[in-house]
Design a binder for this molecule. Structure first.
Ligand code: FE2
Length: 205
């Protein structure tokens, strides 16, 4: 049986493997890093799973606009990265963090988890069930995020933004990035039956 079709010119057949192993001409741009900020939880909550809307032991779900926050984690060569731990932390619907230094912490929504973590699947995907964070003074709404490979060699701390937030225009941290890099930390928003889906693909490297 002929594995190679005889009509294919021999020269092309020989050239093909070389083309396949050539390094990519343009590596994907890294997702820009952003500061951790003052509100990374001091105590990780007992319930720290990927569903921030339902906290173990709470009789109701969190207040706020439902958001599925998701994306794919890739290396600079475009390959999906499985096994990456993704952690998020964010304000509740009232703009309050799960942190003793938040001046309004006493009024926070106890049914909102405030922090969650997951691990990317075989296709490099992560997903959280959360809410859109409420605004707090001086910032545009954002979700803090940290992604780290199991061997610790790849790590990124950044913040994810909403394309439709009017406060983006005045946010010092977001405006501090050039426009093309701002796009790399801004979610793609779509409407779903359950609320909204915000997608942010990450490139580590
Ligand atoms: Fe923040």
């Amino acid at each position: 049986m002929h594995l190679i079709r005889p009509s294919l010119p021999r020269r092309l057949i020989l050239a093909t493997p070389a083309l396949l192993v050539r390094p990519a001409l343009a590596e994907a741009p890294r997702t820009p890093a952003q500061m951790e900020g003052p509100y990374y939880p001091r105590m990780i909550p007992a319930d720290a799973d990927a569903d921030l809307v339902r906290v173990a032991g709470q009789p109701r779900e969190a207040r706020g606009q439902p958001l599925r926050f998701e994306g794919t984690v890739r290396g600079r060569d475009g390959g999906a990265l499985p096994g990456v731990t993704v952690r998020i932390w964010q304000a509740d619907a009232g703009g309050i963090y799960l942190h003793p230094n938040d001046p309004r912490v006493a009024q926070r929504d106890a049914a909102f988890q405030g922090y969650g973590r997951t691990v990317t699947d075989a296709a490099g995907r992560y997903a959280f069930r959360t809410i859109r964070p409420g605004p707090y003074p001086g910032r545009t709404p954002h979700i803090h995020l940290r992604a780290a490979s199991a061997d610790g060699r790849l790590e990124l701390t950044t913040q994810a933004y909403f394309p439709d937030a009017p406060q983006n225009a005045n946010d010092m941290l977001l405006r501090g990035l050039p426009a093309d890099r701002r796009a790399l930390v801004t979610m793609r928003l779509t409407a779903t039956d359950a609320g909204q889906s915000g997608t942010l693909d990450l490139v580590l490297g």
